[in-house]
Design a protein around this ligand. Sequence first.
Ligand code: PLP
Length: 487
Amino acid sequence: MKEKLIFDLSREGRRGIRFGTSDIPSGPVEQLLPKRFLRQKPADLPEIPESEVVRHFIRLSNFNYHVDKNMYPLGSCTMKYNPKINDYTSDLPGFTSVHPLQPAFTAQGSLRLMYELSEMLREIAGMAAVTLQPAAGAHGELTGILLIKKFHESRNSNRNKLLVVDSAHGTNPASAAIANYEIVSVKSNAEGRTDIEDLKTKITPDVAALMLTNPNTLGLFEKEILTIEKLIHENGSLLYMDGANMNALMGITKPGDMGFDIVHYNLHKTFSAPHGGGGPGSGPVGVCQKLVPFLPVPVIEKIEENGNVRYSMSMDKPESIGRMMNFYGNFAVLVRAYTYTRMLGPEGARRVSENAIINANYLLSRLLERFELPYPKPVMHEFCLSGDRQKKQHNVRTLDIAKRLLDYGFHAPTIYFPLIVSEALMVEPTETETIETLDAFADALLAIADEAANNPELVLEAPVSTPVKRLDEAHASRKLNVCFFGC
Ligand SMILES: *Cc1c(COP(=O)(O)O)cnc(C)c1O
């Protein structure tokens, strides 16, 4: 299974499409542009007929693994199926043709969509206001941390520490560091939840905020959240929720009710927009009342005057942290999330979370037969197994098990994260999988556990059925070369 680069498929003179001759005289254009911006020779583009372009990319897409092919149990990433109607609406010409520099009165529909999406998100998390600007979860974290900074500055205090629990996603300490905070790590206890005694010793007058993920990255709900909230707020600090795991909470409970001051959402997780290669992301941020004045500009506002409603983008927010994005966020993702949330309605949103939790617990109950669970169940929407038994007894590591899953036609779960679990194997099935798919995945993992015991070579040499066989991962990260050929 090999595929040439599109440049190697090129043959001089082949064309996919022929344009008519331009009726714009070339002279004036060249006079308008400074000479240094003019191309000296034609761009070196591949010359390929349309049929070969289509086949090339279809072949590549078949090498790839994606959620339209099979279950994608990547823990913490919420790789749920992305309903196609989201793509249909985001492709409507009224949305694709709108330009961010158009006067607001000519883009009322788009502004209304953004306003209503932020209202739905606000309601789901129980916050006072939401900005849709940030382009991803980590960007939402940075936005939230800049809001924390601005809040303390507005009270003439320059607290320089952020508390982060040791099970947190790596983006939490990374975002805190980018905003110039000193990071203090808080321990997890034997149950996998925040260690309250350790937390107490780390709460000092220079703590600006605690960043907490709830449910945490082990899929466990922080049962002591109200105690934590009290400790943090009594210290004059703020409470930040990494809401990437909102798939477990919708319609059941709200971060605002738990006392969180700030929460970020991942529209490309909970709200069914595709991840990564499927397009850009979106990481809106919700805040409590006292942080509203600091939200990024522009702020989308609904104005009701003489019985008329209009929407505007206000820059007139003197205390704002400023812009977090050019224009206003990744709009096409917002259209997808809006469609999804409207299609669900409040009842549907609750069923999403209930089924995400049921699916995770069902799958876990099947896997406990052969795998260790380091922290006690029940879990919320995901769980974290350990491959310690397989490693100790058969010298088969979690990495090997993950590779072998590819031969069974499944994407691997998240592995070696969170860092507090050795040989971690972190699974998030999401609500969009049927019981038949969950059973097929469980059967595959149980079969691999058998192979590890009886025929470990099979697992150690995997994958054998993929376009690319086992890679030397250390080599790839030490000798980085992102070009395939000729460089
Ligand atoms: C995915 C995730 C993030 C980061 O979100 P990105 O959109 O990838 O930047 C942060 N925290 C948790 C718990 C996550 O799962």
